[in-house]
Design a protein. Structure first.
Length: 287
């Protein structure tokens, strides 16, 4: 590792100032750059490329973190990222977490054009409509990745994909699957339906029960789940766009499920049905 350069020992360094500004949405949008913190996110960023261009641009690391995660620093260097050794207070100044882990990466935006997602004719999609909490957005993205979804769409009424809390909550899944941003929900639903995708709105007051949908064998085809706001769910005009409004059954005494938990249940239900007898993924494998 090269020695730390004097200008990076101070939070007033131009490079540090530029990275610190990325905590604000307007600067992220202007520079088309965002922060990825911690070893897991940095490792995923170092491995990610879009159109043959490396996603990770810079890596700030404390000396201790550079030694502890030498393999990650090596992967970042191999990806062409500029490596900056920095004092602990510099990392703390850039980081948006209470207890920084010593690694902060600067990454290029990596969202995918919505048209490309539709053209790929996905079998399972999560549409985040009116989701305002960045932690929930990142967690739903992680759930979609784990369930094998092929894309996530954030509507224009949802939180910024590159909010540091959303990036952290995705735990690296942001780098695993295509994500489109800023798509009006009406456009998202219409285009996915035209691509042969059934639109299901997840809502605690839905007319259809998820268990019944599974029992009736209606979940095996291409599906897009639309998830709403954490506090007030989906507005009526968005519910009306769906082919069915589906509730997750509550078999115990819990009042409800939070957004991320409900999303995980719905996405895994679709994934299981699609991989079962007669499901669209089974049919694809047999072709």
């Amino acid at each position: 590792m090269p020695p730390a350069t004097p200008d990076l020992l101070s939070p007033r360094s131009p490079r540090v100032s530029a990275a610190r500004r990325l905590a604000k949405r307007n600067f992220r949008g202007k520079e088309r750059l965002f922060l990825a913190e911690g070893p897991q996110a940095v490792r995923e960023a170092a491995a990610h490329r879009a159109d043959d261009t490396a996603t990770l641009v810079e890596l700030f690391a404390t000396v201790e973190a550079a030694e502890r995660y030498a393999d990650i620093v090596g992967e970042a260097r191999a990806a062409g990222a500029r490596i900056h050794l920095a004092a602990d207070d510099v990392i703390a100044d850039i980081s948006t977490t209470v207890t920084p882990q010593g690694l902060v990466g600067v990454c290029r935006f990596l969202d995918t054009p919505f048209e490309d997602i539709v053209a790929a004719r996905p079998k399972l999609v999560a549409v985040l409509a009116h989701v305002r909490d960045p932690g929930n957005a990142g967690t739903v993205l992680r759930c979609a990745d784990a369930a094998g979804a092929e894309a996530v769409v954030l509507t224009d009424a949802s939180v910024d994909l590159y909010n540091p809390k959303a990036v952290r909550a995705s735990v690296g899944s942001l780098f695993h699957l295509p994500v489109a941003v800023g798509v009006p929900v009406e456009r998202a639903v219409a285009a996915l339906r035209d691509a042969g995708v059934r639109i299901l709105a997840a809502d605690g007051a839905g007319e259809h029960d998820l268990d019944d949908e599974l029992d009736h064998g209606t979940m095996g085809g291409p599906t897009a789940w639309v998830f709403g706001n954490e506090a007030w769910g989906l507005p009526e005009e968005t519910r009306a766009l769906a082919d069915a409004v589906v509730r997750v059954p509550i078999h115990g005494k819990a009042e409800s499920l939070n957004l991320a938990t409900a999303a995980a249940v719905c996405l895994y239900a679709s994934a299981r049905a699609q991989r079962g007898s007669g499901g669209c993924r089974s049919a694809t494998r047999n072709q």
